[in-house]
Write a new protein. Structure first.
Length: 296
């Protein structure tokens, strides 16, 4: 079965099945999928390969940035510049329109960040990012001692000041996404296989943090990347592939992916193609509800 349907609403979001097509393979570990509608191509990271790649229907796989400092998560800012989390340098960087890199965050106080993992940008330019320790272990990053005593969630102000520690009680915070109206922030805690929900104030501070949903299943796979489609359904990686939740937190079902899945995004002109970064390969499948627009 290409899907596991847990609630009939899944059929309206994804369909009765999902034809998952492998576009390319031979990578070490893919992550950070982000669609660029201007050039009609997909950007994604290969952390252990120390390279960022792009894929297009016209040219297939090409190099986007090498070396990438073992880049992981990516997101567009309000000016269409790419914000990237780097494992090897413990930095959050911004790629300017001329291709140069600007460091936005590297330390919390005097101590080096762990390894920024995933990032999201609010419409006013506020940046939120997670900082687990995955980039300080073999294969996924550069092995080195942790300087901080927390695995936190941080904010960078629109004027570039920060980072400010917002939450410090995660085991390992990972993927994160703002709700459509930006009033909530949802964050995966990978070791606990659940999604937490925070209220977001106008100044970017967070409150709450209760568990919103558990991501369950018997197959291999972790809670990693997550984001919302244009109708407010939350998609997240998890056991067996990509799990779909309704806005009320009910699990609708799972899109099965042949490999452990780390991240995904929607692309193509109608934003109904789900591009999936899964271990050594890049996949895609079609869905019924479009994704949200992530670039102005």
């Amino acid at each position: 079965m290409s899907v596991e349907i847990r609630d009939d609403r899944f059929r309206d979001v994804v369909g009765d099945s999902a034809d998952v097509e492998r576009l390319a393979t031979g990578f070490k570990f893919t992550e950070g999928a982000m669609w660029d509608p201007r050039g009609k191509y997909l950007i994604f990271s290969d952390m252990p390969g120390n390279i960022m790649r792009k894929w297009s229907a016209e040219n297939g796989i090409e190099t986007f940035r090498q070396p990438s400092n073992m880049a992981n998560g990516n997101f567009w800012d309000r000016e269409g510049r790419l914000i990237t989390c780097e494992h090897a340098t413990s930095r959050v960087v911004r790629m300017e329109h001329d291709g140069s890199l600007t460091t936005l965050a590297s330390h919390s106080g005097d101590l080096e960040l762990n390894s920024p993992n995933d990032v999201v940008v609010r419409s006013d330019g506020t940046i939120f990012f997670t900082d687990p320790i995955f980039g300080r272990v073999e294969f996924y990053g550069l092995p080195r001692e942790q300087q901080l005593d927390v695995q936190g969630v941080y904010r960078i102000e629109p004027d570039g000041t920060g980072p400010h520690l917002l939450v410090s009680d995660f085991s390992q915070p990972n993927g994160l996404s703002l709700s459509l109206d930006e009033s909530k922030l949802y964050i995966n805690d990978t070791p606990n296989a659940h999604i937490r929900e925070f209220d977001v104030s106008s100044d970017g501070s967070l409150s709450g943090g209760a568990v919103w949903a558990d991501v369950t299943g018997d197959a291999d796979g972790n809670t990693d990347g997550l984001t919302f489609d244009s109708a407010g359904n939350l998609f997240t990686t998890g056991p067996g592939g990509i799990h779909v939740f309704a806005s009320d937190g009910i699990s609708l079902g799972v899109i099965h992916v042949p490999e452990g899945t780390a991240n995904f995004t929607w692309g193509d002109d109608d934003l109904q193609t789900l591009y999936i970064t899964a271990s050594t390969s890049l996949y895609r499948t079609r869905v019924k509800v479009p994704g949200r627009t992530l670039i102005p």
